[in-house]
Design a protein around this ligand. Structure first.
Ligand SMILES: [Zn+2]
Length: 208
């Protein structure tokens, strides 16, 4: 069988060639069906009547951030520079974080640390996410929200792809499925992600 020589010197089989259930255990029926609630999360995603759209996006961004940050923290001991030299997702997807100096950061814990700090900074910036009554959302607010949800999506893509085994061991897969379903329905409802962004997990989205 063909193999690649990875940088750590181990022989590894190329990824993303078989879309089988062994490679993607998150697609197995007994896992896909697990949820923490039977609430219709699609209904939770819709803009309630009389609520300002920007307010609704802002409050949901805060809640998703808390949940995703908590989830990633629970798995952080398994996501290290040696276990995850790249911030990868299903198939051959690799995410890079470009820092302020134009350097490309590859390793997963760094990528997600930067992503979470970036989002936290936005959320605590009163000019971007105003919390005071009567304040206005900035121009380009929706664009920033789209950027934030792309980072949320990538975080969950990395967890499904690289840390699903640990998620199962910790019994967190019903939480992960619920969170991911809510996130994808929310993004669809408010047109936050492009089809090419969600493509790496399209098979899971269809299964859920
Ligand atoms: Zn990782």
């Amino acid at each position: 069988a063909p193999y690649f020589l990875s940088s750590s010197g181990h022989h590894v089989f190329p990824r993303g060639i078989n879309n089988n259930l062994e490679e993607r255990p998150y697609l197995q029926q007994q896992h896909v069906s697990q949820r923490i609630t039977h609430t219709d999360v699609g209904a939770l995603a819709a803009l309630p009547p009389g609520v300002d759209r920007a307010e609704w996006l802002a409050s949901n961004t805060v809640v998703f951030f808390k949940n995703i940050n908590l989830f990633f923290s629970a798995l952080s001991e398994f996501c290290t520079p040696s276990t995850c030299p790249t911030a990868c997702g299903p198939g051959n997807t690799v995410y890079f974080w470009t820092d302020d100096h134009g350097r490309k950061l590859k390793c997963a814990p760094l990528y997600f640390d930067y992503a979470m700090s970036y989002v936290q900074d936005l959320l605590t910036d009163e000019d971007v996410f105003p919390t005071k009554a009567g304040s206005v959302f900035p121009t380009g607010f929706v664009f920033l929200v789209q950027k934030v949800f792309l980072l949320f999506f990538r975080t969950l893509a990395h967890i499904y792809w690289s840390h699903y085994k640990e998620t199962l061991v910790l019994g967190l897969h019903p939480h992960l499925n619920t969170l991911f379903t809510h996130l994808t329905l929310f993004c669809r409802q408010h047109a936050l992600l492009e089809p090419e962004d969600t493509e790496p997990l399209q098979d899971l989205i269809a299964a859920l």
